[in-house]
Design a protein around this ligand. Structure first.
Ligand SMILES: [Zn+2]
Ligand SMILES: [Zn+2]
Length: 183
């Protein structure tokens, strides 16, 4: 304060209090944003969870197989990578819904949480119905040979069906070799 008045900075109560309040407001806004964001993710995934439970119940599955869809970009954190992807960095890691916890996650915990792993977590809960697995690109694909218990440790090898799906989704011949405009 003395330093401030020596430097000619206003030290009247309005200016000082105003400055302090601005700091408090800034911290509060940041904290509130993190809380609202975390609660938003939680609400979103809890809503999805309800759908997952119902869909699996119709398919006769009591404990659904679930996984989290991550955003594969440069800011995806190590914790989301560790709990939501296999070591290949491509195949989603699957869990039994009964293993997925609720509430706030602590870094290093063994199991993921429905509501995300940290504030601003963008991972979205999804399910793998019986007969579905992942192809080598990490995409969900139908395969009658898929067994969720196997997929946990060893990523499923692409089946003929998965390959044919992949072939269909690859760019068509016309797009890759556009006809020349000047023959
Ligand atoms: Zn993360
Ligand atoms: Zn995440």
């Amino acid at each position: 304060m003395t330093q401030a008045s020596l430097q000619g900075v206003p030290t009247d109560w309005k200016t000082v209090l105003g400055g302090e309040l601005a700091k408090v407001w800034d911290t509060t806004t940041t904290t509130m944003y993190a809380i609202v964001d975390a609660e938003g993710s939680n609400a979103k995934n809890v809503g999805i969870l309800e759908g997952i439970v119902k869909t699996n119940a119709v398919a006769g599955v009591e404990d659904p197989t679930v996984f989290f869809v991550v955003v594969r970009d440069g800011v995806l954190c190590g914790e989301c990578k560790r709990l939501h992807m296999l070591e290949d960095g491509v195949t989603p890691r699957v869990w039994k819904l009964s293993e997925v916890g609720h509430g706030y996650h602590k870094k290093g915990e063994q199991f993921p949480k429905v509501g995300g792993l940290h504030p601003h977590c963008r991972c979205v809960l999804s399910t793998l119905l019986p007969g579905y697995g992942f192809n080598e690109g990490g995409f969900v694909t139908y395969s009658t040979r898929a067994t969720p218990s196997l997929r946990r440790s060893e990523p499923q090898r692409p089946t003929a069906l998965a390959k044919s799906t992949q072939a269909r989704s690859s760019p068509c011949a016309v797009c890759t070799n556009p006809p020349s405009l000047n023959p």
